[in-house]
Design a protein around this ligand. Structure first.
Ligand code: SF4
Ligand code: SF4
Ligand code: SF4
Length: 453
C-alpha cells in the first residue's frame, strides 16, 4: 500500500495554539459542537457509511498523492471525526493539531466525493465540523485567522479601510470616463436593480476587475450601485475557519447594505466561496432558508447579458481555451452550462476538460486553502497534480477561471509546473470581446482602441 510522507509544515496558528490547550477545554468544545450544534445529520452519516471506499477515486488529493489510502475521503473522516467520536480519553493539543491539518489542509470542502458515495454522504460537512472544533480551539492556519480578524475589524478580508475603498472607486470612475462617455460607478443609489459586491482584492491589487465590471454594467445600461458603507465586500473567510458567529455577522452586514439601499438584487463578483457563504452557509446560520435579497452570480449575469443581446460580442479569442469549473458555482449551483455559453460566444476554439461540469476536479485551493499563505503552498501545488494533467490534456493556452481562488492557484500551478497557461476571469473575457458602441466611446478610446482588461 503506497504511503506518502507528510512533511511537517510550520504554522504559528496551529503549532503555538495547540501547545497550550488543556484537555478539559478540548473536551468541552468537542461536546458543544457534536452534541449541541450537529444533530441527526451527523448521526445519519456516521451510521450509514459502510466504509466501502467508493468515494476515494473522487478526491483529487487521493489521486494527486498516488492513491495513498490515508487521503481517501472516508479515511480523512476516520482519522478525525470518528476518532473524536470513539475517544475514551480527552484528546491533547498535538492530536487536535493532527485533526486540523487533515481538515484544513487535506480537504477543500469541494463535495466531489459526495457525488460518488452511494448514499450521498456529505464528507465536506463532516470535515467542516472538524474545522469548527479546531477553529473554536484557535487551532487553524495563521493566515486564515488573520483574514477572519480583518473581517471583524474592517468587514473585508484584506484590511481595506473604508476611505481607501471609496477613493479607489472614485479613481476607477475617473479612469473609466476616459474610455466610456459619462460612465459612473454610482455609490449609495437607492432602489437600483443591482448592488455590485466585489472581492476586496478588486479594490487592492486587482482593480482592473472592478473597472471591467463597471465597464460592462455601463455598456449594458444596467441600473446599479455599490454601497459606500461596510458590507460592500462579498467574501467570508470566517466560514472556512469554522468561526460561524463571525461568518453570520459578515453576511448580516452584507445584506444590511442591500436593505439600506433597497436594491432588487445583489450581483456578486467572481468568487466561489463568497457565493456559497451568502447563498448557503451564512444565510442558513442566520436562520434564513434562502438569501433575503436575491443573489445573482456574475456567471449567470454575464450569461443573461450575452443571451439577451444586452451586450454585443464583436470579436472572438482565437487561441485554444479551456475552463475551470469552480465547485461553488458549478457542482453546488449548476451554472456550468451558462459558463460554457459565455465561453463559446467569446472563444473560437473551446477545449472541454475531462471530467467536466459538476464532475470536474477542484483546483485544490478551495475551502480557504489558497489563503493559508506560503507555508502551505507546496502542499497545494502537489494536491493539484491531477488538475495539471487535466489542463495539459486539453492543449489549451488560456484557462477561464471565474473564481478568485481558482484563478490564483492555476496561475501559480502554471508557473510551478511550467504549463505556460494564461488565466482569465469571465469579466476579462467579456471586456476583451465586447463591442463598445460608437456613441458611448470617449475621444481617447476612439483614438486608441477598446481599452479595458
Ligand atoms: S477535497 Fe473534496 S473530494 Fe476530497 S475529501 Fe474533501 S470534499 Fe471530498
Ligand atoms: S463512498 Fe460513502 S459509504 Fe462508502 S466509504 Fe465513502 S462515505 Fe462511506
Ligand atoms: S477555489 Fe475554485 S475549484 Fe477550488 S473549491 Fe473554490 S470554487 Fe472550487
Amino acid at each position: 500500500m503506497f504511503k506518502v510522507e507528510r512533511k511537517p509544515v510550520a504554522d504559528l496558528g496551529m503549532d503555538d495554539t495547540a501547545k497550550g490547550l488543556a484537555p478539559e477545554r478540548i473536551e468541552k468544545v468537542m461536546r458543544w459542537v457534536l452534541e449541541r450544534e450537529s444533530d441527526a445529520r451527523l448521526r445519519t452519516y456516521v451510521e450509514t457509511c459502510i466504509h466501502c471506499g467508493l468515494c476515494s477515486e473522487a478526491c483529487h488529493y487521493y489521486l494527486s498523492y498516488k492513491r495513498d489510502p490515508s487521503y481517501a475521503p472516508v479515511s480523512k473522516v476516520r482519522q478525525t471525526l470518528w476518532d473524536i467520536l470513539g475517544r475514551k480519553h480527552p484528546a491533547d493539543g498535538e492530536t487536535v493539531k493532527k485533526y486540523a491539518r487533515i481538515a484544513f489542509a487535506e480537504c477543500n470542502l469541494c463535495r466531489r466525493c459526495s457525488m460518488y458515495c452511494p448514499f450521498g454522504i456529505d464528507i465536506a460537512y463532516l470535515l467542516a465540523l472538524v474545522r469548527r472544533i479546531c477553529g473554536l480551539l484557535n487551532v487553524a492556519p495563521q493566515y486564515l485567522q488573520d483574514n477572519t480578524n480583518s473581517h471583524i475589524h474592517t468587514f473585508t478580508q484584506s484590511w481595506v479601510g473604508q476611505d481607501d475603498y471609496v477613493d479607489t472607486l472614485q479613481f476607477l470612475e475617473e479612469e473609466l470616463r476616459m474610455d466610456i462617455l459619462n460612465a459612473r460607478i454610482p455609490l449609495d443609489k437607492t432602489g437600483a436593480e443591482y448592488m455590485y459586491t466585489p472581492h476586496s482584492h478588486e479594490v487592492t491589487f486587482k482593480t482592473h476587475l472592478l473597472a471591467n465590471m463597471a465597464r460592462i454594467l455601463n455598456v449594458a445600461g444596467i441600473d446599479w450601485t455599490m454601497p459606500s458603507t461596510d458590507g460592500w465586500e462579498n467574501t467570508n473567510q470566517a466560514m472556512h475557519a469554522g468561526y460561524y458567529e463571525t461568518m453570520g455577522m459578515i453576511e448580516r452586514k452584507h445584506f444590511e447594505a442591500a436593505f439600506r439601499l433597497k436594491v432588487r438584487r445583489i450581483l456578486a463578483g467572481e468568487c466561489g466561496h463568497a457565493f456559497r457563504a451568502a447563498v448557503y452557509d451564512g444565510t442558513r446560520w442566520l436562520g434564513w432558508k434562502t438569501p433575503p435579497v436575491p443573489y445573482v452570480s456574475a456567471i449567470q449575469f454575464f450569461y443573461e447579458l450575452v443571451r439577451d443581446g444586452r451586450i454585443r460580442i464583436a470579436r472572438k479569442i482565437q487561441e485554444p481555451v479551456t475552463v475551470q469549473d469552480p465547485c461553488s458555482f458549478v457542482r453546488n449551483r449548476g451554472l456550468g452550462e451558462m459558463l460554457r455559453y459565455i465561453i463559446r460566444a467569446t472563444c473560437e476554439d473551446f477545449r472541454e476538460v475531462t471530467p467536466k461540469l459538476e464532475h470536474n476536479y477542484c483546483c485544490c485551493a478551495g475551502g480557504g486553502v489558497i489563503n493559508y499563505g506560503p507555508p502551505w503552498k507546496f502542499i497545494r501545488m502537489e494536491g493539484g497534480r491531477i488538475k495539471v494533467r487535466q489542463f495539459r490534456e486539453t492543449g489549451a493556452k488560456i484557462v477561464i477561471a471565474p473564481c478568485h481562488s481558482c484563478h490564483k492557484t492555476i496561475e501559480e500551478m502554471s508557473d510551478f509546473y511550467k504549463l505556460g497557461l494564461h488565466v482569465l476571469f469571465a469579466n476579462e473575457l467579456i471586456v476583451k470581446t465586447m463591442e463598445v458602441p460608437e456613441a458611448m466611446r470617449a475621444v481617447q478610446q476612439k483614438n486608441e482602441g477598446t481599452g479595458g482588461v
